[in-house]
Design a protein around this ligand. Sequence first.
Ligand code: HEC
Length: 193
Amino acid sequence: MNKLILALTLVFLVLVQSDEKIQKALELGRDASNKLVDSVKSVLFQELGKGGYVGAIKACSNIAQDIIKTYQEKHGFYIRRVSEKYRNKLDKPDDYELKILRKLDELNKKGELPQEYYEVVEENGVRYLRYFKPLIVQPMCLNCHGSDEFLKKEIKEFLKEKYPDDKAVGYKAGDFRGAVSIKIKLSEDLLKN
Ligand code: HEC
């Protein structure tokens, strides 16, 4: 039985790998998710350099969604950050994303988190690549996403005012925080450029 599953998985993987559109979409997904993560990070570090975490959180809260919007417009496909314990309601995962986030969280707990995760899905006869880039909590993230003792008074006050329903605190370093979620239509247009 296990061998059959393995064989079927391999056949599936070969089919997936051989599809040129999927490869192209994967390249786009990797590139966009890396750039999104880098842009948010560079704003974070720039602001940290200027005025510490209080200045940074004020800047981040406004800039993150702008950066995401710019990427959506620039790439013309669905791209955003999602988390089960989200801070901004705009980052609330849909049912499909929630299922994948929980799976990635489980893999992270087992120490088996992949660098990226993707699936090809079909909706109304149209195929899409769903691409996820996992995001892990690092020690510096705790200043704004950690448990109570890591959060400065000003940060707490800011969070309470701007995000009264904030779920994105109480994390530990190494926790699975969420993912960049991308959805790219697998159309002929992809191969044109
Ligand atoms: C200076 C404070 C600050 C630091 C440090 C920080 N974040 Fe955030 N983070 C925020 C704010 C504010 C938001 C909400 C942004 C918005 O409104 O779009 C956020 C949102 C997010 C989101 C989007 C999902 C959600 O909850 O809305 C992810 C994912 C995320 N942060 C991951 C991280 C990771 C990983 C690190 C460490 C590398 C980190 N953050 C460090 C302030 C911070």
